[in-house]
Design a protein around this ligand. Sequence first.
Ligand code: OGA
Ligand code: FE2
Length: 536
Amino acid sequence: MAFNKIWYTLALGLLLPFSYAHTDFFTSIGHMTDLINTEKDLVVSLKDYIKAEESKLEQIKKWAEKLDQLTDTATKDPEGFLGHPVNAFKLMKRLNTEWGELESLVLKDMSDGFISNMTIQRQFFPNDEDQTGAAKALLRLQDTYNLDTDTLSRGNLPGVKHKSFLTAEDCFELGKIAYTEADYYHTELWMEQALKQLDEGEVSSADKVYILDYLSYAVYQQGDLSKAMMLTRRLLELDPEHQRANGNMKYFEYIMAKEKDANKSSTDSEDQLEKETEVKKKDYLPERRKYEMLCRGEGLKMTPQRQKRLFCRYYDGNRNPRYILGPVKQEDEWDKPRIVRFLDIISDEEIETVKELAKPRLSRATVHDPETGKLTTAHYRVSKSAWLSGYESPVVSRINTRIQDLTGLDVSTAEELQVANYGVGGQYEPHFDFGRKDEPDAFKELGTGNRIATWLFYMSDVSAGGATVFPEVGASVWPKKGTAVFWYNLFPSGEGDYSTRHAACPVLVGNKWVSNKWLHERGQEFRRPCTLSELE
Ligand code: OGA
Ligand code: FE2
């Protein structure tokens, strides 16, 4: 037993440095800032290396110049030159020792410091998965925020501080990543952009022939045969011997001829089939469409009559002694479901403390697998998160009490405070916070019932993107540092309120910090009594 344990510990010890290196960098700005510092360090040691190499070359140059003059004089009159005993001695000395020393200098490796620094830092470098993840995040942002490829490539995004553009080679790289994902729509967009930048005269090592090869295939995969042929023709103009392109051209011509034949005798039932699949595709879209529209701020606007019934007020937590003298600012964000926002509800100092406590513990956020009830990572939740207990810091404990005072709900049955950080492209697609009846009971182990309500602190502003949206009802709630929103996920009967389905939109520029408290049913029996009707 003990022996096993030792082996286990040893194995773990050996594995850790490597597993530590793979932390899904792209999901969180926190870990990416470390990389910026790593890169800065590497630049410093690279410059040291250059300096050392330059001074070495300088010494070698001086030696060469000195010897150049000397040998010039010597070769003109060798006997006269050697007639001077000092010259004879110095020739012996040079050849016996000095050339040898120079040889050592030439062979001397100046790169030691830099290379060993690289070796240490490399284990913390992002890997292929990180690079693909960051590229996919970029493609996701392009879709959600309706950004055209050119705008993205030229770096013309709203709210950016440090403009940055993509080279033709970068565009080609993005296109290739889309291609390996069989995402031919984005392959076409990015290969076309690469080509456009080259056509405009950008100097680059990207090769038009390669680009056209990918591009024509992506276009063909999307069913535009004549455009695929046009692109292949263009490729063949650049490289008439290109084997695959020649083969493809013949194939395209064959398909084209076959389609012409088939068109003549196409039947109604095929048309019908096509229409049905079209409808199916559209059926799938609405939520995603609504979600993305709300993220862009194009959400359904509330009618003015409805809006008039939204108020703001000073709230004392229903005569809570802690808030009678200093009530807090509360605003109605939405009516149904009721979403309220508290203003100036967490101070900058508290935010800093919470972030510092969470930072070393941030790890890729997980979700409950609806089939097994187990925790896993998922593409639809891209962020890093950590849990903070009230026991570990008076600040966390104070925050928990504040939530209890202002919601009137018992926080002793709540989950711990969750801190989440979304990097660029980080998001949480539409979901319910509560557990549904048809799911394995994810909260069974907790023994505190379902998630009755959600309290969400915004701990940062977000330069662009990052709204919390409710696609069922068309509400968008924009992050504002120091505020918090609150809503009930369950009706008083305990039934889930499906209108609370919500999402965290991808961050477009900047980064987003939130923390949330999920309050549970147990302990609220007298604080929020059950009603007789189910959906009241
Ligand atoms: C969540 C959530 C919303 C947001 O973590 O469950 O919905 O805006 N977050 O971060
Ligand atoms: Fe949520």
